[in-house]
Design a protein around this ligand. Structure first.
Ligand code: FEO
Length: 392
């Protein structure tokens, strides 16, 4: 993608990864992604804000060539993860006079991950200002977005806030701006769920600081730029709040139909009494869909058969994911079937143990559910409804 002008002297020079379908060998990318880098030219100095995934460094360098860039004075590194920092060595090789501008923690990570030496780095503190001549970047430290070293920078004269991963979306698009807000919303929510949600308690303070800056543009390092910042700021306020929806997520696996019968009964009863239900077949799901749904659901039900004395591996993965990304769930239930016993309930309980939630009485049928099992499912549905009613 050719360089694109945001303002005279401010350009988007990163790369779009249209075809990538997995990030960190972990996160599905149904819509690809981008690695945004920005070039800011002041009257006396030029700064490159972040770089790109090393596999696409040729795109970044071609964009700099196309703009006729002969000198880069500063490479601002907001975050040491390699999709943004990994091409710093290549940029330094092309522009050997450039200084890497970052904070101490980030410099330490650049040293260990990329062998970038302290001799090429200039360390900044929270609130420090980098003068480019008529333009200036002010740094705001933002630890745990989503690593401990992350920082933002604010181009004060143009009121552009560069937030690196914060507010990002894994979305490959030719649109520089997030004007199709519905489309971007879902990608941004998925991104928040997968990357940011474990640290949500930190973010209210960051959102307040950003409000005070009153940026006119928010430029993240993945996905399009927000020229209506309220759109993404309001979305983050909602996602990071303690509010949950009257919604139950049913993540299930069934091998021979017994667990499916329990799930069908539960879904039928919950829908019948006014709970919004989302059902996910864990054996085939894009796990990012479940992560996204976990952003604001009140209840998670994991339903699994017993395999080799424990839960189906797909249920283990879902429980592990929920425990890791720390959604604001209030309640959970474990439902399933077994033939002769096992530790299914204990294993799933252990995986959910780090979440502060009420775990309802587990419900395991022996083979096909009996009438008593189905009556127990009905009672579970009534308990969920009662708890959700109390949320209002
Ligand atoms: Fe987009 Fe944390 O890197």
């Amino acid at each position: 993608m050719a360089p694109r002008t945001i303002q005279p002297g401010v350009f988007s020079v990163g790369a779009i990864d249209w075809d990538r379908r997995l990030f960190d060998s972990l996160i599905p990318l149904p819509l690809g992604t981008s690695y945004n880098a920005y070039l800011v030219q002041g009257g006396s100095k030029t700064a490159l804000l972040d770089t790109v995934e090393p596999a696409l460094v040729k795109d970044l360098l071609a964009n700099l060539d196309e703009l006729g860039v002969k000198t880069i004075d500063y490479i601002v590194c907001h975050h040491a993860e390699q999709d943004h920092s990994g091409s710093i060595p290549a940029v330094l090789a092309r522009f050997p006079g450039a200084r890497v501008v970052t904070n101490q923690k980030c410099m330490d990570l650049l040293a260990s991950h990329l062998r970038i030496g302290a001799d090429v780095c200039d360390i900044v503190t929270d609130g420090a200002v980098l003068d480019l001549g008529g333009r200036s970047l002010q740094f705001m430290f933002a630890p745990w977005v989503h690593w401990p070293e992350t920082m933002f920078s604010f181009l004060r004269e143009d009121k552009i806030l560069f937030t690196c991963d914060f507010f990002g979306s894994h979305l490959a698009t030719g649109n520089l701006y997030a004007d199709d807000e519905h489309h971007v919303y879902l990608s941004a929510k998925r991104y928040y769920a997968e990357i940011m949600m474990p640290f949500r308690a930190k973010y209210a303070a960051y959102l307040q600081k950003i409000d005070a800056m009153a940026p006119e543009l928010i430029a993240p390092s993945h996905g399009p730029i927000y020229r209506r910042p309220a759109f993404i700021l309001d979305a983050y306020r909602d996602w990071t709040s303690d509010r949950v929806k009257n919604e139950a997520l049913i993540g299930y696996v069934s091998m021979h139909g017994s667990t499916r019968r329990l799930v069908e009964r539960l879904v039928d009863r919950l829908v019948g009494i006014g709970v919004n239900v989302r059902q996910f077949d864990l054996a085939t799901i894009d796990i990012g869909e479940l992560a996204m749904a976990l952003v604001d659901a009140a209840t998670l039900v994991l339903a699994t058969p017993t395999v080799l004395a424990g839960p189906h591996p797909a249920a283990v993965y879902a429980a592990y994911l929920a425990g890791a990304i720390k959604p604001k769930l209030r309640h959970a239930a474990i439902v399933g079937s077994q033939a002769w016993g096992g530790k299914t309930v204990d294993i799933l309980k252990g995986l959910l143990a780090g979440l502060k939630l009420e775990l309802f009485e587990p419900l395991m049928s022996k083979g096909l559910p009996t009438a008593e099992d189905l009556a127990a499912v009905d009672r579970l549905a009534e308990t969920i409804v009662a708890r959700h009613a109390a949320l209002a």
